[in-house]
Design a protein around this ligand. Structure first.
Ligand SMILES: [Zn+2]
Length: 246
C-alpha cells in the first residue's frame, strides 16, 4: 500500500465532504494508480479539473502517482495565466456545443436562445449520453457527478446552480461564452437553424400584439416555429448584459 497527499483548491472543495475541504488529504492506494482515478475516488469529476501538479510539476490525467507524492488539483482559473503549465486537456472546443441531460431542459432552451447548439437528451441512458458528447465533441452538462467521471467524457461541466437562469449564468461565465452569443440563430424548441423571414410570410400565424408591434421575424427550418423580439428576448438580453458586462 502506498499513500499520497492531495490538496484541492477553490470550488473543487465543493465536491468533498465538509470535514475534508481546504486541507491536506492523505489517501492510501495500491500502485500503480493514475492520478485521475485517485482524484475521482475522492469525489471530484475529472471534467472539473484544469491543472494538476504532482510534486510541483504539471501532470496529465493518466500520470501515475507514487508513494509519498504531493498532488495539487486546481479548477479552471479565471484570472491567472497558466499557459506556461500543461493543461490537462486541449481547450476550448473551437465552437462550443452542448448536450444536456434530461433534468436540464430549461437550461438547454436558454442556451439555444443564445444561439448555442444544444441537444437535450431525454430518456437516454448515461452510457449513450457520454458517447454522444464524445463522438460529437459536445460539452456534457449535468448535475450528475458519476456521469462526468466516465472515462470517455473529455469536456463536461458540472452544473452547480439549481435555478435555470443561474445555471445559464454559471455556464456563460465559466466557459467564457459572451463573445459567441448569437440570438435568433437557433430554435429553442428543437435546436434547428433559424432563418429571417418576411413579415408577410408569417403574418397569418402571429398573435395580434406581435403583428402590430414587430417587424422582424425568424422561422425555424426544422419545426416551423416563428420568433420575434418579444418579452422572452428582452429578459434574456438584460441577463446577457448583466453577465457579460464584467
Ligand atoms: Zn424548431
Amino acid at each position: 500500500m502506498a499513500s499520497a497527499v492531495f490538496r484541492f483548491y477553490e470550488e473543487l472543495n465543493d465536491f468533498l465532504p465538509p470535514a475534508r475541504r481546504k486541507r491536506d488529504l492523505r489517501l492510501a492506494f495500491t500502485p500503480p494508480a493514475p492520478v485521475r482515478h485517485l482524484i475521482e475516488t475522492l469525489g471530484v469529476p475529472h471534467t472539473e479539473v484544469e491543472l494538476i501538479l504532482i510534486n510541483g510539476e504539471s501532470a496529465g490525467l493518466d500520470q501515475r502517482v507514487a508513494d509519498g507524492d504531493r498532488v495539487s488539483v486546481y479548477p479552471m482559473f479565471e484570472s491567472l495565466d497558466i499557459s506556461p503549465l500543461l493543461r490537462i486537456r486541449r481547450r476550448p472546443l473551437r465552437e462550443p456545443r452542448f448536450v444536456a441531460d434530461a433534468h436540464l431542459g430549461k437550461l438547454a432552451h436558454y442556451l439555444r436562445m443564445l444561439g448555442f447548439d444544444t441537444l437535450l437528451a431525454s430518456d437516454c441512458p448515461d452510457r449513450e449520453l457520454a458517447a454522444i458528447a464524445a463522438a460529437q465533441h459536445r460539452i456534457l452538462l449535468t448535475r450528475d457527478r458519476a456521469l462526468l467521471m466516465r472515462r470517455i467524457v473529455t469536456h463536461g461541466c458540472y452544473v452547480r446552480a439549481r435555478r435555470p437562469l443561474g445555471q445559464l449564468e454559471d455556464i456563460v461565465r465559466r466557459l467564457d461564452l459572451c463573445r459567441c452569443i448569437r440570438p435568433f440563430s437557433r430554435c429553442m424548441r428543437c435546436n434547428g437553424d433559424l432563418e429571417a423571414v418576411a413579415k408577410a410570410d408569417v403574418e397569418h400565424r402571429l398573435p395580434d400584439d406581435a403583428r402590430r408591434i414587430f417587424s422582424e421575424f425568424w422561422r425555424c427550418a426544422g419545426c416551423g416555429q416563428v420568433y420575434w423580439k418579444g418579452g422572452h428576448y428582452q429578459r434574456m438580453r438584460r441577463l446577457v448584459e448583466r453577465i457579460c458586462s464584467h
